[in-house]
Design a protein around this ligand. Sequence first.
Ligand SMILES: Nc1ncnc2c1ncn2[C@@H]1O[C@H](COP(=O)(O)OP(=O)(O)OP(=O)(O)O)[C@@H](O)[C@H]1O
Length: 262
Amino acid sequence: MREGYAGTEQQTMKQEMIEQTPNSSVDSAQDKQGGDSATGGPLLLVNQLERMFQVGSSTLHVLKGIQMSVMPNQLVMLKGRSGSGKTTLLNCLGGLDTPSKGEILFNGLPFSRMSDDERTHVRRRQMGFIFQAFALMPLLSAWENVELSLRMAGTPRSEWKSRVEQCLELVGLEKRMHHRPFELSGGEQQRVAIAKAIAHKPLLLLADEPTAELDTGMSAQIMSVFQNIITTENVSICMTTHDPTILEVADHVYEMVDGKFI
Ligand SMILES: Nc1ncnc2c1ncn2[C@@H]1O[C@H](COP(=O)(O)OP(=O)(O)OP(=O)(O)O)[C@@H](O)[C@H]1O
């Protein structure tokens, strides 16, 4: 993940997550109601999205009129060469960056036109993020990493134990729950990151190159975990990838060239 505007936003998000106390009484199940996905429409709808960056005196046009949709329970992949704009798009979809033009509807709501607070609320309650570099707390066990995510989402404490166990079992780590990240392989660490990202029952998982650090066997395991959680957790996944070997498991692949889909 390149640093820059979006990198700063991700830092901000991580900071928000660290600072957030579990004081919200909003029920995540309640948040799952409504919106287009409840009526069979797309979970995510992107209309004529553009993103420009001001670099010195020139304007860099990175996203140039993106149209896309993600349906409920779909696995959508964004493929493209380095620098084509995939991460910039993913950051806009997750509200970590703001489009210069165009619109993003999430669960039937105008996500890109929400206030920062509203967008943060939606992001915390209904979205989960997975990054290339696992993003785990190094001193916490797999169990504690997942529990932290529930704590930050405001899930009642009484539900933590069963949900942590359920998520770690879902990703096949029931025998490694008390290991810390350095005691786990790359693939296992990424599975903890997935358990962490789904713990609060999001509608959408956004994953930036989730298999980039992994060998072919481990990448295949991660893809099979993704397929499993789409059905068991009722979640949609939108991920970026460079890896042609995993594209076949996608429900839909968007190919990006120079800020546009071809
Ligand atoms: N904040 C920013 N300021 C200036 N330019 C930026 C900024 N963010 C992204 N860019 C530029 O936008 C282009 C697309 O970057 P992006 O990271 O979205 O591509 P990518 O397809 O995800 O690449 P990779 O696969 O290498 O991560 C690059 O040329 C990048 O330098």
